[in-house]
Design a protein around this ligand. Structure first.
Ligand SMILES: Cc1cc2nc3c(=O)[nH]c(=O)nc-3n(C[C@H](O)[C@H](O)[C@H](O)COP(=O)(O)O)c2cc1C
Length: 237
């Protein structure tokens, strides 16, 4: 934890991408790149960190992760630095070595920028793997107060979806992505989560959506404007 804080000057932007699509075609990548470029124009590059978690996904959690987490839960809130001293075998050490850097950077970031497509009505498996791993018991709780250590963290979720889930659309009610992420980050104690959506991104490819290309273009233009505004507003210090 200390190493990460020492070598990561503020303000800190942690940028994560989860699109498995080709880099040049990915709308969520384009939009988060625009956010990051705007942010770096304002704050410089020193506080910027990037992970492509589609290209390099975190491994699924395994039995040693679950055993370690369960043991920590029985002890109450154990700070991540202490968990390191409480592993009981090499499998747990390996799991924790994979997990701790991800937790540390999430705790340390001022802003977390997430590019995430909708896959099968929810988040891609690469994002669920990251969520399962970073959600280690007690990792974001202040052991003294029980308050969330992420209460001042700003999360910006930029999502691209092939279809549309607005009220009145045929797929209204099938969005298990934004409500899920809102519940997830809310439960972690994050008080500010902004969602930016580019909808109908497949309108040019899918014949049944061809008549919706104007709507798609408008959605993308609005999303570009919104990410620029959000990045400009990000003055965390
Ligand atoms: C595996 C897979 C599953 C998808 N499932 C959905 C879906 O359930 N609903 C939807 O609206 N679009 C779906 N899409 C379309 C993507 O959401 C859309 O192409 C989006 O732009 C992908 O994000 P990206 O452009 O950042 O890669 C799916 C695409 C893939 C590759």
């Amino acid at each position: 934890m200390t190493d990460i804080l020492a070598s990561w000057p503020r303000p800190r932007l942690l940028h994560l991408n989860f699109s498995a699509g080709p880099v040049g075609d990915s709308v969520s990548r384009e939009l988060t790149t625009l956010f990051a470029g705007t942010w770096r124009g304002l704050h410089g590059g020193a506080g910027y960190r990037y992970r492509d978690l589609a290209a390099e996904p975190v491994p699924l959690v395994g039995p040693a992760y679950v055993a370690l987490g369960t043991r920590m839960e029985r002890r109450g809130v154990v700070p991540p630095a202490e968990v390191t001293t409480l592993t009981e075998n090499t499998a747990e050490e390996r799991e924790w070595a994979l997990t701790l850097p991800l937790i540390s950077e999430l705790r340390a970031a001022d802003t977390v920028l997430i590019g995430v497509p909708m896959y099968n009505f929810t988040v891609p498996a690469s994002m669920k793997a990251w969520i399962d791993r970073v959600s280690f018991p007690g990792a974001y709780l202040d052991p003294d107060t029980g308050e969330s250590l992420l209460r001042d963290t700003r999360v910006v979720v930029v999502t691209a979806r092939g279809g549309c889930y607005d009220p009145g659309a045929p797929r209204e009610g099938l969005d298990f992505q934004i409500p899920y992420l809102r519940a997830y980050f809310g439960n972690l104690g994050v008080s500010e989560v902004d969602f930016v959506r580019a909808d109908l991104t497949r309108a040019a490819d899918i014949p049944a959506l061809a008549g919706l290309q104007d709507l798609a273009a408008r959605s993308l233009a609005a999303a570009r404007k919104e990410v620029t505004t959000l990045a400009t507003r990000d003055q965390a210090a």
